[in-house]
Design a binder for this molecule. Structure first.
Ligand code: ATP
Ligand code: MG
Ligand code: MG
Length: 375
């Protein structure tokens, strides 16, 4: 999606990813031999150095990159490539315990959290401090809830440690939120921030399922408060680009930050069809020092629905796509991933409508057509 936005502005993009037909490489053919994509892992220092030799600006669309080599590139005299967001920002964010500590230290609202060791005693001490249930989380390499374990009783301590074995851990107090919200924030190279409207995100089995834009709430000020919380957090970080800020809304109106993504985010996919400038276009503009596009909605109501693999077969996804293509206001995005797997994000659809009621009417057949995992 970033490559698609770049192609509209004649911006050359060199992709580092495994395989010659990795999804982003399917979008942009190199214009010159010097701009050939790199075949390798975003965690491989040598491949990252190779990429750095080819480009003016490096950016990430996943935070689990080798940040040590990014810091090395940043501090090497004479290196042409600048890195956005800053490697120090990526480093703080990729360790969720460091991230929470950073946010707390910088006055951003987060719920209670505590470091946990890989021992039963530590799990018991955590339960005594946070109460039950609590959320045990891997500090690193987490996504789509893979790395989370809800500890409901002390009997589960062994199971939790086994599930998250060999991973550095921390725990969070259980947050009984009434809604999850997200705000995409764009940070310029000058450190100015501007945000997209607050949206409601709905998770199923820890994976983002649905996004509704804009956020609807009985309290009309919640949305702007969420934008201020998100903007203040991103203002404290270094480097340019788009950041996704996930938040919890409590019954009494309190907002906590759950976590930050230092890149365009799933909860901002709706911006492609629903906002004047998408998160991808604004990410590019921000990291290249170009004027930003408007972050406002250009439709009254929008939703995003993730297409999650139900098995190794693409057939249910093709069937869903056929249904989606017949619905007015619906745009399908399939990601070109080579393999379908249960629980894997294979694409998404965006719906736009003139009213919330029309949106719900259009959403219903889509929800019924989603691939369902066989049990
Ligand atoms: P991703 O990066 O894909 O958003 P992740 O693996 O980093 O996901 P989290 O965002 O930490 O995982 O958690 C996933 C979901 O689990 C949240 O969106 C929320 O629904 C739930 N959750 C996380 N932390 C808590 C908590 N402390 N209390 C209650 N629910 C929580
Ligand atoms: Mg995460
Ligand atoms: Mg999350």
């Amino acid at each position: 999606m970033l490559a698609a936005s770049a192609s509209l502005l004649n911006i050359d993009v060199v992709i580092l990813d495994v395989g010659e037909s990795a999804p982003a490489k399917q979008i942009i053919a190199p214009r010159l031999p010097a701009l050939t994509h790199v075949d390798g892992s975003f965690a491989d220092p040598e491949k990252i150095r190779q990429l750095a030799c080819k480009v003016d600006v490096i950016t990430v669309e996943i935070e689990h990159v080798d940040v040590t080599v990014l810091k090395e590139i940043e501090s090497t005299p004479g290196t042409r490539a600048v890195i956005h967001p800053s490697p120090s920002t990526i480093a703080v964010i990729q360790d969720k315990f460091e991230q929470k500590t950073y946010l707390h230290t910088n006055g951003c609202p987060v719920s209670e959290f505590v470091k946990v060791e890989q021992t039963i005693e530590s799990i018991k001490a955590t339960a005594a401090q946070l109460g039950l249930p609590f959320m045990l989380k891997s500090r690193t390499l987490a996504y789509d809830g893979r790395g989370n374990f809800v500890v409901r009783t002390l009997d589960q301590a062994g199971d939790a440690l086994q599930t998250l074995s060999n991973r550095p851990l921390y725990a969070e107090r259980w947050v009984s939120f009434i809604k999850e919200i997200a705000v995409m924030v764009v940070r310029t190279t000058d450190g100015d921030v501007v945000s997209y409207p607050a949206v409601e995100t709905v998770h199923k089995d820890n994976i983002c399922h649905l996004v509704f834009a804009p956020l609807r709430s009985h309290d009309p000020l919640v949305a702007s408060r969420a934008q201020r919380v998100a903007e203040s957090a991103i203002q404290t970080l270094q480097g340019a680009g788009v950041f996704g800020v996930e938040m919890f809304l409590m019954q009494d109106g309190t907002i906590y930050i759950n976590e930050i993504a230092p890149r365009p985010h799933n909860s901002g996919h709706y911006t492609i069809e629903a906002c004047h400038a998408s998160q991808y276009e604004n990410h590019l503009r921000a990291i290249l020092g170009l004027p930003l596009g408007s972050t406002t909605l250009k439709v009254p109501s929008a939703a995003m629905l993730n297409i999650i693999g139900s098995s190794t077969s693409m057939d249910p996804i093709q069937a869903f796509t056929t249904t989606a293509l017949a619905i007015p206001g619906c745009t399908v995005h399939l990601y070109g991933k080579s393999e379908c797997r249960r629980g894997r994000k294979m694409g998404h659809v965006t719906l736009v409508a003139d009213t919330d009621a029309d949106l719900r009417t259009r959403l219903r057949p889509l929800l019924s057509a989603l691939p369902v995992p066989s049990t």
